[in-house]
Design a protein. Sequence first.
Length: 267
Amino acid sequence: MVDAVVLAGSTNNGPLKECSPARHEALIPIGNKTMVEHVVDALLKARNVNRVLIIGPVDELSGLAFDSRTSTAASCGGILENIEAGLEKLPGEKRILLVTSDIPLLTPQAVDDFLGLCGDMSGDLYYPVIGKAVVESKFPGTTRTYVKLKEGTFTGGNLFLLNPAVFKKCVENGREIINLRKSPIGLCRLLGLKFVVKFLMRSLTLREAEEKVSQLLGGIKGVVVISKHPEVGVDVDKPGDFELALKTIGDIPRPCRAGFNPPKTSG
């Protein structure tokens, strides 16, 4: 079994402001529970998850009903800082499951399937991708970002299985990628011409992408797995996703109005 860290520190200052006045995205209600509660419930019901640590607004999280296997810690910056804070709270663990709090459609079966795909967990970083046809068969009309590779068209998931021992190495090497994200020329130099050409020609394979990411992150052992559970990749970050989640979970969809100014909350 593994412990999980749920990243719930994002403030609600983007498109989802049209849907809820909650100060943090994780605390936006979907049906009778908040987004983070849906995620935590799925994790706790999974056979292969032990404890769950939520990194986010502790005062607001304390008002939610979680069982004894759940704990919280304060958010302390961006996503990388919050991952590091979570890893520090769970010392000695050989592998940690990282989960974003914006996938309220997550199911225990999807979690267990992903962990099963990780096999003996000898890799340093496992990352799921989901085929476009799989997503659209269960959630027709949903809009996701897809990448076309030789094996098919995929979107990324929001679960990661990480070896804590390589996290700092990943961060150090990953900063260059982040710094170059708006420089096509710089990225091409970093990735290599052959890699870029194969990607543009849609002849790049999953294994080649896996090897390149592993190399760029300092020579770690990264592993891409193909999930058949679209719930791991359907995140809620815009009004259309919010309405899809409401409909799927069973509440009546209510449209988010462009330009809507939610009432201010106290505190």
